[in-house]
Design a protein around this ligand. Sequence first.
Ligand SMILES: C[S@@+](CC[C@H](N)C(=O)[O-])C[C@H]1O[C@@H](n2cnc3c(N)ncnc32)[C@H](O)[C@@H]1O
Ligand SMILES: [Zn+2]
Length: 461
Amino acid sequence: MTPLWTPDGPDLVVEADNAHVLPLLPDQAFQVVYLDPPFNTGRRQSRTPLRTTRSASGHRIGFAGRSYDVVKGATTSYDDDFADYWAFLEPRLEQARRLLAPTGTLYLHLDYREVHYAKVLLDALFGRDHFLNEIVWAYDYGARTKRRWPAKHDTILVYVKDPARYHFDAEAVDREPYLAPGLVTPEKAARGKLPTDVWWHTIVSPTGREKTGYPTQKPLGILRRIVAASSRPGDWVLDFFAGSGTTGAAAAELGRRFVCVDSNPDAIAVMRRRFADAGVPAAFVTPGPEAAPASAAPDEARAERARHVAHLRRAVEVSRTSRAHGNTPFGALLVGPDGGVLLEQENIEITERVCTGHAEATLAARASQLYDKEFLWRCTLYTTAEPCAMCSGAIYWANIGRVVYAMTERRLLELTGVHEQNPTFDLPCRTVFGAGQKAIEVLGPFGEVEDEAATVHEGYW
Ligand SMILES: C[S@@+](CC[C@H](N)C(=O)[O-])C[C@H]1O[C@@H](n2cnc3c(N)ncnc32)[C@H](O)[C@@H]1O
Ligand SMILES: [Zn+2]
C-alpha cells in the first residue's frame, strides 16, 4: 500500500477531517506545524474521535510528565464552551507534537478570548520550558467600539519540540522600520530592526491582490516570517487547518515543502486555484478508508508502557540483589528525562543499620546530592513496590516529578502480613502527594510486572 506522504513526494493538499489524516503521517516528519483552528464560537466542534495517551492510572500524561489532568480539570471547569473546544483541540495538538521534528516548532494561532486558557493547558501539556513565545499580531481594520478598547489583535503561541535543539534563525526574517529612526545610525535605520514578538501587519485586504475570497484567510506576511525563522529550505511544513492554504503558499515561496489539510471542500477549491495560479505543482488527494497508518498513536502509547515495564523489571532485579545482600527485597531506579538510568538503589536497612534505609528514600537522598531540583522534576523514580509514606515524603522533598511502581502498598501488606521488619502503612502514595503542593505524577500498579515483583518476596516474610 502506498503511503499518503513521503519525504521525497510532492507537496500535498488533503481533503479530509484532520483526525483521519494525522495518524497516517509518520513521527517527526515536519519542521514547522502552523495551526489556525476555527475559533471557539460557542458551538460544538466536530467531535471525530482521536485517541489521547493515558497512563496506567487512567490519567492523561502531559508530555512534561506532570499531572496535566489536574491543570485541565481546573482550567476547563470555568467555561463549558472552552472545555468542549479543548476536547476538540487536545488530541490534534498531541498529534502535532508527535509529527514535529526534534528541531521543530509549533505555532498555534488563537483568538484573544481563548488564548489564556490555552496557554495554561499547553504549558502543562508540553512543559513550560518548551514555551518559546507569545506573538501578538496587531492589525488595524474594521469598526471600533467605544465601549472598551477595540480588540485588534490575534495571538500566536509558540512551542518547541525540544528546548535544547529547536531551529530559530532571526536573521532569515524580514526586518522592520525603527519607530524612531532618528535615534539610531543611518545605516541601522536603513537596515531596519529585527522584529519583536509584536507584529504589526495589515489583515488581508478585501480588495488586495492577496485575497482568495476565503473568509478567515491570514496574511502571507505572517506565515512567511514563521516559515523563514523556524525552518530551512527543503524542510516540510504542515498546516492541518489550512483554509485558503496561506501556509502552503508561504512555504512554496521560500523553497520549503508543505502538507495542507482541510475538511471543507470550499477550502480545497480555493487552494486548487491559488496553487495553480502560483505555479505550485501540489498533489490533491482524498484518503480512502483503506489508508494505512504510518505510525498510529496507540503504538506510541504501547511503546511508552513497554519502556515503563522494562525499567520496572530492572528494579525487580535490584530488589533481588537487595535480598541476596541481606536486606529486605526492595529496589528502585532513577531515570533521567531522556530515559537513561541514572541511579540504582537497593534497600540498606539491615546491613547498614539505617532505619530509614528504604530503597526509594535512600535513592531520593542520593539523587538530591547529585542533581538540582529543576532537573529532578523531569526525572522518574521506578520502584518495585509503591512508596510508603516516608519514601513518598522523601520523593516529594527531592522534587522528583514522577513515580512509577509495579505493585501496590496494599499488595505488599498482604505479602508481609504483620511482620515486625516491615509494619508498613496502609496509605497510597497518591494520598500523600495529594496532600502536598506539587503535582507529582504517579503511574502504577503495572500488572505486567506485579507478579515478578511479588515473587522476590516469596519465603522472605
Ligand atoms: C480559521 S480557518 C484557517 C484559515 C487559514 N489559516 C488561511 O490562511 O486561510 C480554519 C480551517 O479549519 C478547517 N477545519 C475545521 N475543522 C477541521 C477538521 N476537523 N479537519 C480539517 N479541517 C478543519 C476549516 O474548514 C477552516 O478552513
Ligand atoms: Zn519506604
